[in-house]
Design a protein around this ligand. Structure first.
Ligand code: GLC
Length: 440
């Protein structure tokens, strides 16, 4: 009886001390948690961003490190994708369609916004920037990010098609820079005949988005058009389109362009030109710093100019460019906006342009003394940019581009006669625009 009583007393004491021990542990844990600095207790927010591998290099060298230093609670996870813009678009699109997109920031080519916005994949950024803040950017770049009056993409960098030439060879042979398509052919052939260079002209001829970008310039130079975004009229079966195709075919038929040109994307053409094998190259401004790098065989030997055009028509360069949007599915819209503000800021763009030679989206940088000292042709680039032509800003752009790419590639590689190819391309495009409704 006595033992039983003692045992019950012990149990009571044990339970009381267990209670106090529990309280003690809880209090201790609270003290530990409160005393840990917030930076250690909180995981940084990670923003996922996908871009083409060549584009990613200058981001990795400076931009991301600087942003993360200034914003210790945010990390940018940069994923490198394929080189061709349409393949990158496919990756973003399939991620959105599967419904669980891992991307927070969307690095968008200027041609993607109408489709991405119409599909409801992007956050509306209209209230995030004032009209005055937006006025610092090139108007065409801002327009490229607007759909149905709302803003979905802030321009990060612009882009315009340009013509590069070997100014050393032109000078030796006594030629002025070409102004027309026939000048381009004539000078190329002459330089090839004088054995100054193996090939005359390289351009992007593979069946991909770059083919469409290159083609709108030739089309414009012959006075033609692809799709009028206001009326949805299709110009692919007009005589100007056939003249544009005839010019490109002539470059191959006369041995001015290498036969492989119909399989080349930007980087293939840059390597070809940079190795000294061609007199002219159509590409984007990113080529300049690479072709002028210390180990480049053509360093200091090149000039840059607007795309040539048929003497009687106005020529034009294609407007390209990339900007940032925010995925509607992101859990971190505020952090994503902070990142956009930084990446599109004047200071970040200046560094980015100085290291990569890209085209600014902020107008003041085209004439910024530090930038002009390194890239003297930038003020000229602003003039080219202001006259640049947009690929049709319609929600069905990727399908319209796919139709053009398929038939144009077939015509250029002699699989279908140009006239039949363009008749079919025009008919399919008209059908697409009719069945999918009007402009977004
Ligand atoms: C460049 C341009 C982009 C274009 C692409 C075509 O990246 O900036 O707008 O679509 O080239 O290859």
């Amino acid at each position: 009886m006595f033992y039983l009583k003692r045992l019950q007393e012990h149990q009571k004491i044990f339970q009381r001390s267990k209670f106090w021990l529990g309280i003690f542990i809880v209090v201790l844990l609270c003290i530990i948690l409160i005393s840990i600095p917030p930076t250690l207790s909180q995981q940084p927010v990670v923003l996922n961003l996908l871009m083409t591998a060549p584009d990613a290099q200058p981001w990795k060298q400076f931009l991301i490190k600087d942003f993360e230093e200034k914003n210790p609670g945010i990390r940018i996870n940069l994923i490198e994708g394929p080189n061709a813009t349409n393949l990158l678009e496919d990756l973003y699109t399939s991620a959105f369609i599967l419904g669980d997109s891992p991307y927070d920031l969307i690095n968008m080519d200027v041609i993607w916004t109408p489709k991405f916005a119409a599909a409801g994949w992007l956050l509306d950024l209209s209230d995030r920037m004032t009209q005055q803040e937006l006025a610092a950017f090139s108007p065409k770049d801002v327009e490229g990010g607007r759909v149905g009056g709302k803003l979905y993409r802030i321009p990060m960098r612009s882009d315009v098609g340009v013509l590069y030439s070997r100014k050393d060879l032109l000078k030796q042979a006594g030629f002025q820079p070409p102004e027309t398509f026939s000048d381009l052919l004539k000078i190329s052939l002459a330089l090839q005949q004088q054995r100054k260079v193996n090939w005359g002209y390289v351009w992007q001829g593979r069946q991909y988005e770059g083919l469409a970008a290159m083609f709108v310039e030739v089309l414009e130079g012959f006075g033609g058009f692809w799709v009028n975004p206001n009326t949805l009229e299709v110009g692919l079966d007009r005589p100007e389109t056939l003249q544009a195709i005839a010019f490109l075919k002539e470059t191959v038929a006369k041995g001015i362009s290498p036969p492989g040109v119909t399989t080349y994307i930007e980087e293939d053409t840059r390597r070809f030109f940079q190795s000294g094998q061609a007199a002219f190259l159509r590409s984007w401004p990113y080529v300049w710093p690479l072709a002028n790098a210390a180990d480049s065989p053509i360093k200091g030997k090149i000039a840059i100019q607007p795309m040539v055009s048929n003497a009687l028509k106005t020529g034009g360069s294609c407007l390209g460019g990339w900007g940032l949007g925010i995925a509607k599915s992101t859990k971190h819209p505020e952090e994503a906006w902070k990142a956009i503000q930084y990446f599109t800021s004047e200071q970040a763009q200046r560094q980015f342009i100085l290291s990569a030679g890209y085209v600014p989206s902020r107008r003041s940088l085209f004439t910024d003394p530090e930038i002009v000292a390194k890239f003297p042709y930038y003020p000229k680039l602003l003039e080219i940019e202001d006259k640049a032509i947009l690929r049709p800003p319609i929600a069905q752009y990727d399908q319209a581009s796919d139709i053009l790419q398929r038939y144009l590639s077939a015509a250029l590689t002699n699989r279908i006669a140009p006239e039949s190819a363009m008749k079919a391309a025009a008919a399919e495009t008209r059908m697409l625009l009719k069945t999918r409704g009007s402009r977004e």
